[in-house]
Design a protein around this ligand. Structure first.
Ligand code: AAL
Length: 397
């Protein structure tokens, strides 16, 4: 019996002397559950999938401004020597759902339009004004347009964004709209209908304004489709999004938030939701980029796999590649960086937002770096050098 077990564990986990030494295993015939999990991790992953980060204030019009909400920045692109960013913008405080929702501003992202700004260096920004505004009364986007992403394909600029139709109740279904232009400065043509809507297979319980009371929850995106991000992939267009489910629960990893993908042959759609949805069990704002013939994703904020970098060969089946200490919120990736130089090179610097308080958010910058060693000041590293700094910033902005 014990002889069999010995052979099984050593064989099952391919415990060579080298691996036993690397993992510091005391007795290779007695593996704890945690060691078994660690041994199943891919062995070829190293520091390149891992990063640390810091955030900093931007200058010019994107510096914090009293009374103004600027949040959920898009990715950065560069056109004719200028960086461009789009974002959610509104003014004034939010009243929540307790009052007159016909006239109040229920969230900081309610009663918003999409604005844009440009910069020569990525630090000092000039606000250029509105890009996409709310639609006329009765339109699917008459209440708010917000949380925007940019995609450039064959000389055409595409903005995908969230939309809400009035009244903004707690049960209102958020959808996704699209606008396109031949120039980053517009004018923008808006899609006549949403390009993505929530699944319609949930059933609310009662009539009151309570999004947790349901008879049936429905699919992971039965309530809201959020945070759209379109990337060209394998000759198709992958629209990644965050789903919110009717009857949302708190799980052991936070809010019950998952991501989905909808795929189209053309940037304007139609976008067909993948039958594999949801494609994540965790996350919040979408942060995806092409890498090594597949798609990489930074999963943040909610769920048991928050703060992980994941990768999939097909844009659908993602596996964890690293666990990070934390990450900037609502990242606007820097699409001008070389995303193929390394798994997280696209994260070397970009934009994020910060809650100054519940009512007001503003856009900031972030940068990341690779950890080469973990050393005390003056301590020698493996290659014999000494450093005052236990992190080596490989691509400091
Ligand atoms: C963000 C995003 C979406 C939500 C709101 C504004 O974190 O997930 O954009 O609607 O919060």
């Amino acid at each position: 019996m014990s002889a069999d077990k010995k052979t099984n564990l050593r064989e099952e986990y391919q415990l060579t002397d080298e691996i036993i030494d690397k993992f510091g295993i005391s007795n290779p015939d007695k593996l704890s559950a945690a060691t078994k999990r660690a041994l199943k991790w891919p062995r070829d992953l190293g520091k390149d999938w891992f990063f640390e980060y810091e955030v900093y204030d931007l200058k010019g019009d994107l510096a914090y401004e009293e009374g103004v909400v600027r949040r959920d920045p898009s990715a950065l692109i560069k056109v004719d020597g200028l960086y461009y960013v789009w974002y959610t913008r509104s003014t004034g405080p939010s009243q929540g759902f307790g009052g007159d929702i016909e006239n109040d501003k229920v969230f900081p992202w309610d009663r918003c339009d999409i604005w844009y700004a440009t910069s020569e260096d990525g630090v000092t920004w000039k606000e250029q004004g509105p890009a996409v505004e709310r639609g006329p009364k009765g339109a699917y986007d008459d209440r708010s347009v917000f949380t925007v992403e940019i995609m450039v394909h064959e000389g055409v600029y595409y903005l995908s964004y969230q939309t809400v139709k009035s009244p903004y109740t707690v049960r209102v279904k958020n959808q996704i709209g699209l606008a396109w232009s031949n120039s980053p400065n517009g004018p923008w043509t808006k899609s006549e209908a949403p390009i993505l809507s929530p699944a319609d297979n949930g059933i609310w319980e009662g009539e009151e304004q309570n999004r947790f009371r349901v008879k049936k929850k429905g699919d992971f995106d039965s309530h809201k489709v959020h945070d759209p991000c379109i990337i060209p992939f394998n000759g198709k267009f992958h629209l990644y999004y965050k789903g919110e489910q009717m009857g949302e629960e708190i799980t052991f990893g936070g809010r019950q938030i998952r991501h989905g993908v909808a795929i189209a042959d053309h940037p304007k759609g139609p976008y067909i939701k993948s039958e594999y949805n949801p494609i994540s069990n965790s996350g919040h704002e979408i942060c995806v980029w092409p890498y090594n013939n597949g798609v990489a994703a930074l999963i943040t904020t909610d769920g048991p796999e928050k703060n992980t970098v994941q990768w999939s060969p097909d844009g659908i089946n993602f596996e964890i590649k690293s666990v990070v200490k934390g990450a900037p919120h609502a990242i606007g990736l820097n699409r001008t960086l070389d995303n193929e130089k390394g798994p997280v090179e696209i994260l070397r610097w970009g934009v994020t937002h910060k809650y100054m308080n519940y009512d007001y958010q503003y856009i900031r910058g972030f940068k990341t770096w690779t950890i080469e060693n973990h050393t005390a000041p003056g301590e020698a590293t493996k290659d014999g050098t000494t450093s005052d700094n236990n992190s080596v910033i490989t691509d400091k902005f």
